[in-house]
Design a protein around this ligand. Structure first.
Ligand code: UD1
Length: 336
């Protein structure tokens, strides 16, 4: 069974590639390398002892995508490829709409043409906007507060429309909470270019001495210590959810949406303090203004994934912090 992994050189995609190969799947990886490096592909091969084809293709180039579907018989697609920086999406919305929407539409058109109708799509908890209570379940109202989030929401709707037009599609929409951590080997991990937008990569760059201190965006939220609360989930747990979703769509037609989170919220200071004590690293921080667009508290109700997929996150915050530091300390300059 060959699975096409779009965005397979990136942070989550590379971890998924390892898990798929270790579970006996054949894979083909496509990535335009706009925010990733081929070294991650080399590391996946080294970690698994398995070889697989890699194509530096862009989903915007339909001719290239067609050629892949002519060459291989894909069983299903796991679609990670997409732009994901919230701030950048506000600056250059058309780039986000063009890349994320057109890329996905191209992919689905080529899939339909070749009668490949199983898709696992990377969505985000960002589609819940500013929820009025927690934990968040899949039936909560959806909204978006920035172009990046809107692309995720629009793609979800496009996929539901697609299934209405042709119910033989089998689609799993996975809404990620906050993936952090790295493969336990320390050989692959998150490698943001430039100044990290997200909290965990920022903490680990402070630990390695690349940045002076973490700016904590606000301590006046209605939480136990005033800082934001999130559902941090180990990336290896997250990608295991994708394998379960593949099994699910093999058995079931239709579109189903799943939260992938742990169900537990930790604050920004919890994460900083856990990282500090687990790894014996000083993490200086400073409280600054809230970041515009942030919400106070966000964590999942993961019961649906447990019930229908037989999946639940297993790794705790300590492992997330330990594995992140192993990756960062062994690869101070990422994949360079
Ligand atoms: C962000 C995006 C979300 C996206 C997700 C994954 C925003 C508003 N949301 O989620 O759409 O799906 O990343 O890429 O950008 N924090 C600090 N200091 C920092 C960085 C973050 O205090 O330097 C705080 C934030 O205020 C928040 C928490 O840490 O309370 C987590 O932030 P982050 O890692 O950026 O994730 P989200 O904002 O939850």
């Amino acid at each position: 069974m060959t699975i096409l992994v779009t965005g397979g050189a990136g942070y989550i995609g590379s971890h998924a590639a390892v898990e798929l190969l270790n579970s006996g799947y054949e894979i083909v990886v496509l990535d335009n390398l706009s925010n990733s490096q081929t070294e991650s592909i080399n590391r996946v091969k080294e970690l698994t002892g398995k070889d697989f084809p890699f194509y530096q293709y862009d989903l915007l180039d339909r001719v290239d995508i067609e050629s892949l579907f002519e060459k291989y018989e894909f069983e299903a697609i796991i679609h990670f490829a997409g732009l994901k920086a919230v701030g950048e999406s506000v600056q250059v919305p058309l780039k986000y709409y063009h890349n994320n929407l057109t890329g996905t539409i191209n992919l689905c058109e080529v899939m339909a043409k070749h009668n490949v109708k199983k898709l696992v799509f990377s969505s985000s908890a960002t589609v819940y906007g500013n929820p009025d209570r927690v934990p968040i379940d899949e039936s909560f109202p959806l909204s978006a507060t920035n172009p990046y989030g809107r692309t995720k929401l629009m793609i979800e709707e496009i996929l539901r429309d697609l299934n209405v037009s042709d119910p033989s599609w089998r689609i799993a929409i996975l809404r990620y909470f906050n993936p952090i951590g790295a493969h336990e080997s320390g050989r692959i991990g998150e490698n943001p270019s430039g100044i990290p937008n997200n909290l965990m990569p920022y903490i680990s760059q402070v630990a390695i001495g690349k940045r002076d201190k973490v700016s904590v965006f606000g301590n006046d939220y209605e939480t136990k210590d005033g800082t934001g609360v999130r559902d941090f989930i180990h990336v290896v747990d997250l990608v295991k959810g994708h394998l379960k979703a593949l099994e699910y769509i093999n058995k079931n037609e239709g579109v189903e949406t799943f939260n992938l989170g742990t169900g537990t919220g930790y604050s920004v200071l919890d994460l900083i303090n856990t990282f500090k004590s687990v790894n014996s690293q000083e993490i200086p921080y400073q409280i600054v203004e809230r970041r515009p667009g942030d919400i106070g508290v966000c964590y999942a109700n993961p019961e649906k994934a447990e019930k229908l997929l037989g999946w639940r996150a297993e790794k705790d915050l300590i492992e997330m912090c330990k594995d992140t530091w192993k990756w960062q300390s062994q690869n101070p300059n990422g994949f360079e």
